[in-house]
Design a protein around this ligand. Sequence first.
Ligand SMILES: *Cc1c(COP(=O)(O)O)cnc(C)c1O
Length: 401
Amino acid sequence: MIPTAVEARIPFLDLVSGNVALEDRLVSVLKRALATAGFVGGPVVEEFERAFGAYCGTQYCIGVGSGTDALRFALLAAGVTSGDAVITACNTFIATAEAISQAGAQPAFVDVDENTANIDPAKIQHFLDTECSIDAHGTLRTRMQGLRVKAVVPVHLYGQPADMDPIREIAARYQLEVVEDACQAHGAKYFSRECRQWQQVGSLGRAAAFSFYPGKNLGACGEAGAVTTNDAALGHKVRMLRDHGQEHKYHHRFEGYNGRLDSIQAGFLRVKLEYLDEWNRQRRAHAKWYDEHFSGAAGRVRTIAEPANVYSVYHLYVVRVPERDRLRQYLASRLIETGIHYPVPLHLQEAYRRLGLSVRDFPVAERLASSILSLPMFPGLQAEQQRRVFEAVMSGLTLGQ
Ligand SMILES: *Cc1c(COP(=O)(O)O)cnc(C)c1O
């Protein structure tokens, strides 16, 4: 019998090739760490912090243990404390909201823009107008619970910067701190009409949080994160927060955390940072190819819009399709891996039942959650593989008619 040709599996994300290609350089990082026993902190961490700060166009960069640490420390250092409310999008990874809660505050979710899937500035304004008021001391508070509204965390979802001009304008008007969740957007840029220039993600607010979880555009070989900022005092506070609140060894200004970046990961990240722009260019080329092909799909596949004033780095390539779960199963049967980011918006998660939110509170995010599908996207994605993904999506949709 002649064996039928079996198509190879197309991974959602190929984490092996990128690391294997750099194996010699990564191994020498490890050897240097072993030879010097420099495992936590030290010159390798400082070198990466300098390089990544320069890359983001910020004066300060503080390496921390994870993106969640970065968010929590940035919020605490920006002055978020218990009894505060912090505005963020409801369609993000839970870490964004966890960090808000862990800083003692309460997440105040708002809905997103249907075209970009990013937080909608008009809905932030609507939240402030309808659910908040200014008390006798001039403090902006939520009407129901009297929480001080202290900050907004725009999430640059899927690698695409949120619309920062109107967000910063609102934040300035209400004296809110802006802390970027840049965990999916290393290297993305935003053209500020206000400042008439392209600005690097990480430099768009008071502080920004990055994750270097292995699957991110800049990924470690373990857990890692960073805070970037141009604010010296905020940066200093983050440095203390990551290291038990100490300014000098065993002299603690306050209780902090064990949230340091280990030097092996910093060394790996320093090597990989050199490749980030090239990897992002490859991701953008793949996204363009998908965009062009799906634009001919007679409206059955909707893509996420990239506004002219953003440079997205396509951490994920997300489409919206009818009968998403059936299509996803069909793709799986054709050995094509996909993801859903994210299947349940945070306001409908059991973890946030205490907020008393329910179905239809954020209709755009809910519509997105039931129709989004993340297709294979990584720098080394082959033209062959992309074509197979496209053709399988199209034939899967046709079967469903
Ligand atoms: C990955 C991610 C985080 C958390 O990063 P960790 O390093 O896993 O703690 C936070 N927010 C968003 C949007 C993310 O994608």
